[in-house]
Ligand binder design. Structure first.
Ligand code: TXA
Ligand code: MG
Length: 319
């Protein structure tokens, strides 16, 4: 059985022995292993049932470690690292030959970030290798934001998850890549596009409707509950369509009243995007356990973190 632990030495011991662990970051919990252990990396893919064409993000303790992983780092990447690390920004950089194709899925780029969570940093600082860590959920399902979410997903598959409480940001990191002078946001995430633009100027946001060959992880269907899931800006109209059903509503800030609503989750009564993103996945996990016929999720205002949240809700609703 999986242990929910707070013993950092135990985490370090497992990782030094090529095991994989659940570990907290400020975005979501990760499923972490030694980037130089083929055994550990293979275990990550097997445990998540993740296709091998989908590359992993590498987590480092400090910016000095970047030199072992990436080459030809663009000036704008350095500016972004300086502004946001440790934090929820993942940089796609030209990979160093020492990084295996297993991690990058054979791509010329490697994804790297320094997480901003005291336990993640403590673990990383105690190791002499970086950690590869995708989100600690089975491929395609809702990402975990508590140690219990991880334990529920992998009760026997991994030895331990390290408890760092609820993730402060609650959605995955924003992924940014570079194409000559252009900066491209490949995955909307916990750092708003506007905040990135404040540091380096205009960026291109990759069209989330396409599945681009150079961002295989941006799958159309993702972050999905088992319950039918509808994403709409017309919540009231949608509710009317399902009179005799048990409905769950995931609302940004509004209170909805109807006989058919069995469970209502309001993510932020004060209309705060940050609070809403922090609570998003936990609310989705809870709604998914309520034996509902349908979950209706409200579309957020399309700006700031609202954009990132809409991206996740839209993918959750894909058939
Ligand atoms: O916040 C996060 O980023 C969390 C925490 C644990 O750090 N991690 C996370 O990992 O969300 P994952 O594996 O669930 O999502 C990583 C995404 C995938 O869409 C993957 O395809 C993309 O990053 N990615 C990783 N390496 C890449 C590369 N070299 N080129 C393009 N995309 C890459
Ligand atoms: Mg993921």
């Amino acid at each position: 059985m999986i242990k929910i632990s707070t013993d950092i030495d135990f985490a370090v011991q497992l990782l030094n022995n090529e095991k994989i662990i659940g570990f907290p970051t400020e975005t979501v919990y990760g499923l972490a292993g030694n980037i130089f252990s083929e055994k550990a990396i293979n275990r990550i893919f097997e445990t998540k049932q993740r296709p091998k064409f989908n590359p992993l993000i590498i987590h480092i303790a400090n910016i000095e470690q970047l030199e072992q992983l990436a080459i030809e780092i663009p000036e704008k990447a350095k500016q972004l690292a300086k502004a946001f690390w440790p934090g929820s920004l993942t940089l796609l950089l030209r990979k160093h030959p020492s990084v295996t194709d297993l991690i990058t899925a054979g791509k010329p780029t490697v994804a790297v970030r320094i997480p901003n969570h005291p336990i993640a940093l403590e673990i990383l600082n105690a190791l002499d290798f970086p950690l590869a860590a995708p989100s600690a959920n089975p491929f395609g399902s809702i990402s975990p934001t508590t140690a219990n979410h991880v334990a529920d997903f992998f009760p026997t598959e991994i030895d331990a998850v390290f408890d760092g409480g609820e993730c402060q940001n609650g959605i995955e990191s924003t992924i940014v890549g570079f194409d000559n002078e252009n900066v491209i946001v490949y995955r909307l995430g916990a750092i708003a596009v506007e905040d990135i633009e404040a540091v380096i100027g205009k960026v291109k946001v990759f069209n989330a409707d396409d599945i681009a060959p150079n961002a295989p992880g941006m799958l159309k269907k993702h972050y999905s509950p088992k319950t039918n899931f509808v994403f709409t800006s017309e919540v009231e109209n949608e509710i009317k369509k399902y009179q005799n059903k048990r409905i769950g509503v995931l609302s940004f800030d509004k209170n909805y009243e109807s006989q058919s609503i069995a469970v209502l989750k309001i993510l932020s009564v004060s209309s705060n995007f940050k609070e809403a993103s922090q609570k998003l996945y936990a609310a989705m996990h809870q709604l998914d356990k309520e034996n509902l016929d349908l979950i209706i999720a409200e579309k957020f205002p399309d700006k700031g973190l609202g954009k990132s949240i809409n991206d996740r809700l839209k993918r959750a609703a894909e058939e």
